[in-house]
Design a protein around this ligand. Structure first.
Ligand SMILES: C[S@@+](CC[C@H](N)C(=O)[O-])C[C@H]1O[C@@H](n2cnc3c(N)ncnc32)[C@H](O)[C@@H]1O
Length: 241
């Protein structure tokens, strides 16, 4: 998986993304929390995808701009709603020349960037798009030291005519990972490759410092539960002074 093109994710996933991710995450809680953090808006989502969060957020009357590198994912979003302004661009370099009260990136999407440098650029770009006092929110799983299981296959789901396997490998030197969702159906297997770099919440705090942002809060879920040693997820909010 050398030179993984970030547009490949959406090209493969767009048709199945919503079906696969339905009910997997706390969409309602996320939208409620983001709406509160947004205040009067406007709001910027990086890696907006098919609009899982941006569409219901816009339905609450908040102005939302969504950036994504994948034309296929954005086409799915547009089918659902015209209330979100979509921009097809790389989130590390896009320049919208306006300021937002809230920028966010959900569901591990920062892990799609495959170098530390690109992840720092995302923090810098988020800060550049925030008004003073504006917030940058990231949601990811808590990164644990890689386990020997990382190279094994797991069964993610079994239905009557479909079995979904998932496997991945992690490079402990760089933090980069490559993985595959493999969907086995009667008409043949379908391959959904993923590639990127894990980034811990500790490393994110440093990236935020480099971008001139201060850590405001870290929750374990969108209901604002305290973040503890047992937390599997973190929602970290950084603020522009
Ligand atoms: C896991 S999906 C998340 C989609 C949506 N935010 C959600 O929570 O359901 C990650 C998204 O990030 C996008 N993406 C990956 N690399 C990107 C980049 N460099 N710039 C902009 N978008 C990118 C992908 O195309 C994909 O739509």
């Amino acid at each position: 998986m050398e030179n993984f093109d970030p547009r490949l994710y959406g090209a493969r996933w767009a048709n199945m993304y919503d079906e696969f991710h339905k009910g997997l995450m706390d969409d309602e809680g996320a939208v409620a929390a983001l709406a509160t953090l947004a205040g009067d808006g406007p709001v910027l989502e990086f890696g907006v995808g098919t609009g899982r969060l941006a569409v219901p957020l816009a339905r609450r009357g908040v102005e939302v701009v969504g950036v994504d590198v994948s034309p296929e994912m954005l086409a799915k979003l547009r089918e659902k709603s015209s209330a979100v302004t979509v921009v097809e661009a790389d989130m590390t370099t896009v320049s919208l020349e306006r300021e937002f009260s809230l920028a966010y990136i959900a569901f591990n999407s920062i892990f799609a960037l495959d170098t530390q440098q690109a992840q720092v650029e995302l923090f810098r770009n988020a800060a550049a798009h925030l008004r003073p006092g504006g917030r940058f929110v990231l949601e990811t799983v808590v990164v644990r030291p890689p386990s020997p299981d990382r190279g094994k296959l797991a069964v993610a789901d079994i239905e009557l005519d479909r079995m979904t396997l998932v496997g991945g490998k992690h490079d402990p030197v760089t933090g980069q990972h490559k993985g595959m969702w493999l969907v086995l159906e009667p008409d043949g297997p379908k391959f959904f490759p993923i590639s990127g770099r894990d980034v811990s919440h500790f490393e994110m705090d440093l990236m935020a410092q480099l971008a001139g942002l201060d850590l405001e809060s870290r929750w374990a879920d969108w209901k604002q539960s305290p973040f503890t040693a047992k937390s599997e997820l973190h929602i970290s909010t950084y603020r522009k002074p």
